[in-house]
Design a protein around this ligand. Structure first.
Ligand SMILES: CC(C)(COP(=O)(O)OP(=O)(O)OC[C@H]1O[C@@H](n2cnc3c(N)ncnc32)[C@H](O)[C@@H]1OP(=O)(O)O)[C@@H](O)C(=O)NCCC(=O)NCCS
Length: 178
């Protein structure tokens, strides 16, 4: 497995990246929406990296500059289901962190939705005792927030009901400056 900058004009990888989004986020990127999202991810000012093995795309990560260049938003991160748990997600993420830092990024951040009641933050009214609930978060169904914690991100906030009642977005951030 190799980590590389995503080859923006390689049609075979473009199609695989679209399929990967459809596979990993069927609720958000069905049909043409996946192609549109990949096109956005590959705009000139953005960064995109991939985990690849013998022409097969295993993982994809992108990020866009915000607040000038001091904070970048990571979006999306996806690893094909058959190859999860082999370090691809951590590896593309680490490469992205280095490249963002080299471009003036101090803080890398992301929103990770809890649309399927995978964390304790989906239980009850998240406008009540918000910070205690963040402190006491439990992973009920392998929600990726724990993956990001292992990469050094911390939860810095939530957007209650962002995706509907009991379906918050969880905001996470990491200092990446050297
Ligand atoms: C989240 C995702 C990118 C992780 O990729 P991956 O290649 O399987 O992750 P890695 O193998 O690099 O795992 C690194 C560590 O995180 C842990 N981890 C990975 N996914 C996890 C999860 N969902 N919950 C808890 N821990 C997780 C691994 O066990 C490993 O732990 P270790 O360092 O103690 O061994 C992948 O599961 C995925 O694409 N999921 C679907 C899309 C998604 O949810 N993307 C994030 C949206 S914000």
């Amino acid at each position: 497995m190799e980590i590389k900058e995503f080859p923006r004009s390689d049609r075979a990888f473009l199609l695989q990246a679209q399929d990967l989004l459809r596979e990993c986020f069927p609720q958000a990127y069905s049909g043409d929406l996946a192609a549109q999202q990949i096109a956005l991810c590959l705009e000139e000012d953005r960064l995109a990296f991939m985990a690849e093995e013998e022409g097969n795309l295993l993982g994809f990560v992108g990020a866009m500059p915000q607040y000038g260049v001091t904070a970048w938003e990571l979006h999306p991160l996806a690893v094909t289901e058959a190859r999860r748990g082999e370090g691809s997600g951590a590896a593309v993420g680490a490469r992205l962190e280095r490249e963002c830092a080299a471009r003036g990024c101090l803080t890398l951040y992301l929103g990770t939705d809890d649309e399927f009641f995978q964390t304790s933050l989906s239980q009850g009214d998240l406008f009540e005792d918000t910070f205690r609930k963040i402190q006491d978060i439990r992973n009920l169904g392998r929600h990726p927030y724990e993956f990001y914690q292992k990469q050094g991100f911390q939860i810095v906030g939530v957007l209650p009901d962002a995706n509907g009642p009991g379906k918050p977005d969880i905001w996470m951030a990491k200092r990446v400056s050297r």
